[in-house]
Design a protein around this ligand. Structure first.
Ligand SMILES: C[S@@+](CC[C@H](N)C(=O)[O-])C[C@H]1O[C@@H](n2cnc3c(N)ncnc32)[C@H](O)[C@@H]1O
Length: 438
């Protein structure tokens, strides 16, 4: 027993230890159990949350599936549309290819016809240029022929006068020689004033280079230093008409409106002096500073006229007077009207005119001169329009003649200038062509 008790006693601390370790294990297990409980409740919570999430996900999934269905439907529709449009596209591509082919062949045709047209256009241009060249050559030729006719007519007029003088009385031959001498002097003066004698070069920008006697005959260039630009034929016409009014005793002075360097007026004064005419004045009307700027409001025909910009047309009064002096012809039978025609001509101290020579280039200048002076022109007197070839000047003349019912025939001088004789009963008979006179 004791042995057993001893053994047991020996066993007590072991049991105690065992019991203590059991106690420890139990408390450890309790703690562990507590922890597991906690863990369990956390897991339960987690499970709850996951279940919720799962529900939500399942809802999302449902929605996504619906979306997916819709998208699938849309995709099917789009695929169907795509294949339709693909078919259409292919059809269009085929059409385009056909059209491109057609276009290419049309383009080829077009290119060919365009080339043909360009070629034709070149031919037409060439023909046009030839036609214009021919026309201008024809115009020049006409001007030259007409100018020569003017000279011939005036020579004829001179010869007749010489013959008449020769037949007139016992001193006829003497008179004829005198007239012949006068005429030679005037011929020389014409050649000096036009620059023919000095072969004066042209300086007008549009003129041919170098002196050409035929061009100077028709007055189609502006001489560099000579005193008139109207050319020999128009100068001769002026001379013949002055002689005519003197022979026919048409009363009145002589005026040129637009004188430039004064050459034509110098010839007129020389003629009066040579014929011993003391009761007529040569009126020299000019701004002496060129042409006015166009006034298209009052005179639409002058719109765009550029003569006012030509500095070469500005010749001061002193220079013109000096030109008269150089010929010994500046005296009381020369009157100067300085200023614009609209200001000077209406109040000019002129009673009667036998000749009015208008050379102001523009509508306004022509109309101002006609309106201010025509009433003072004696019947049987002459109006010379130097610039009738310029459309605005021609327009003014036509309008004035129509307005005043002037029906006297316009006579051409050199395919540029014209003149008419103011009719009176006596002189209506005198206006005859040379052939009628024969
Ligand atoms: C072509 S030039 C005359 C040429 C001149 N008859 C000759 O024998 O050479 C024109 C002239 O007209 C003048 N003129 C033009 N219109 C005028 C106007 N309205 N008033 C004054 N002078 C004018 C210019 O000053 C210029 O001198």
């Amino acid at each position: 027993m004791r042995k057993i008790a001893k053994t047991l006693a020996l066993q007590i601390p072991v049991v105690k230890n065992w019991y203590a370790s059991l106690q420890q294990e139990r408390s450890e297990s309790s703690r562990r159990l507590e922890e597991l409980r906690n863990e369990n409740s956390r897991l339960l919570n987690e499970k709850e949350r996951l279940l919720q999430e799962r529900d939500e996900l399942s809802q999302d999934n449902k929605r996504l599936r619906t979306d997916c269905d819709t998208l699938s439907q849309e995709r099917d529709m789009t695929t169907a549309l795509y294949s339709q449009s693909n078919e259409l596209l292919q059809a269009k591509q085929r059409e385009c290819a056909e059209l491109a082919q057609q276009l290419a062949s049309t383009y080829k045709d077009f290119e060919q016809s365009y080339k043909r047209e360009a070629l034709l256009r070149q031919h037409v241009n060439l023909l046009d240029m030839n036609r214009l060249d021919l026309l201008s050559a024809q115009t020049n030729l006409t001007a030259r022929i007409m100018s020569k006719i003017e000279l011939l007519q005036s020579s004829d007029f001179e010869v007749r006068k010489l013959l008449l003088a020769a037949q007139s009385n016992h001193r006829g031959t003497e008179r004829m020689l005198q007239l012949h001498e006068n005429s030679s002097y005037l011929d020389l003066l014409e050649n000096v004033l036009t620059g023919i004698i000095s072969e004066d070069e042209p300086e007008c920008p549009h003129a041919p280079t170098g002196f050409d006697p035929d061009v100077r005959l028709t007055g189609r260039d502006w001489p560099k230093t000579a005193l008139t630009m109207i050319g020999k034929a128009r100068l001769r016409n002026f001379r013949t008409l002055i002689e005519t009014v003197i022979d026919d005793a048409i009363p009145g002075d002589i005026i040129e409106t637009g004188v430039w360097r004064g050459g034509a007026c110098i010839l007129a004064r020389a003629l009066l002096k040579m014929l011993g005419v003391k009761d007529r004045t040569v009126w020299v009307a000019d701004s002496f500073c060129g042409l006015p700027e166009p006034n298209p409001v009052l005179y639409p025909a002058d719109e765009g006229d550029s003569h006012h910009a030509e500095n070469k047309l500005n010749v001061p009064l002193d220079e013109v007077k000096r030109n008269f002096e150089r010929f010994g012809l500046l005296d009381s039978q020369v009157g100067f009207l300085e200023g614009w025609f609209k200001d000077t001509l209406p109040s000019a101290p002129i009673d009667k005119l036998a000749i009015m020579r208008l050379d102001g280039d523009m509508y306004e200048s022509t109309m101002d001169a006609l309106s201010a002076l025509y009433d003072r022109l004696s019947p049987g007197g002459f109006v010379i329009i130097d610039d009738y070839c310029l459309p605005n000047c021609k327009h003014a003349v036509s309008y004035f003649r129509e307005l005043h019912s002037i029906n006297e025939p316009l006579l051409e001088i050199d395919n540029a200038a014209v003149y008419w004789r103011k009719e009176s009963h006596a002189f209506a008979l005198a206006i005859k062509s040379p052939s009628e006179e024969d």
